[in-house]
Design a protein around this ligand. Structure first.
Ligand SMILES: *[C@@H]1O[C@H](CO)[C@@H](O)[C@H](O)[C@H]1NC(C)=O
Ligand SMILES: *[C@@H]1O[C@H](CO)[C@@H](O)[C@H](O)[C@H]1NC(C)=O
Ligand SMILES: *[C@@H]1O[C@H](CO)[C@@H](O)[C@H](O)[C@H]1NC(C)=O
Ligand SMILES: *[C@@H]1O[C@H](CO)[C@@H](O)[C@H](O)[C@H]1NC(C)=O
Ligand SMILES: *[C@@H]1O[C@H](CO)[C@@H](O)[C@H](O)[C@H]1NC(C)=O
Length: 110
């Protein structure tokens, strides 16, 4: 009984650690995909590389932290002719240091 309980605790611990690693890695990717979803027009295909087959740190306009893998530090989409609204999901990019969305056609509130 005690052995079973110990095994359950161990497997639960492993499962939790695994889950938090995965979500820690993909949180910023999901925030960026939310951002992309609110873009209604992308005439230069600026977000064409923004798909799950490419690591989000290599997406156009995105740079990530050197010390925290997967965390976005730069989002620079200046002069891309983008239309749409700016998703509140940007607020979840908690490592963001540089945001440049100038010279686009965004509407609405942030
Ligand atoms: C992802 O983007 C790359 C680069 O633009 C492109 O070659 C690839 O076909 C895209 N993959 C999907 C699934 O859209
Ligand atoms: C973003 O990353 C690229 C390649 O790693 C680098 O050349 C560029 O200077 C970085 N840009 C910024 C704004 O940090
Ligand atoms: C996920 O996190 C691990 C460890 O923090 C890191 O080595 C790996 O590069 C990350 N993967 C991506 C896709 O960011
Ligand atoms: C964004 O990128 C453009 C073009 O590469 C560059 O001129 C501009 O200085 C960058 N913005 C910031 C805030 O770094
Ligand atoms: C921000 O992250 C939280 C926690 O993961 C999530 O519940 C929320 O939906 C996210 N907000 C946006 C606007 O993506």
């Amino acid at each position: 009984m005690i052995l079973l309980l110990a095994l359950l605790l161990i497997s639960d611990g492993v499962g939790t650690a695994h889950c938090s690693t995965v979500s820690g890695n993909s949180t910023d990717m999901l925030s960026l995909l939310d951002f992309k979803r609110d873009i209604t027009n992308d005439p230069r295909q600026a977000l064409g590389s923004w798909n799950a087959s490419i690591p989000h740190c290599e997406w156009k306009g995105v740079n990530c932290s050197l010390t925290h893998p997967g965390r976005v530090t730069v989002l620079n989409l200046t002069e891309q002719g983008l239309s749409g609204s700016i998703s509140p999901s940007l607020g979840n990019l908690t490592f963001l240091e540089t945001l440049d969305l100038s010279t686009n056609s965004f509407t609405g509130e942030l």
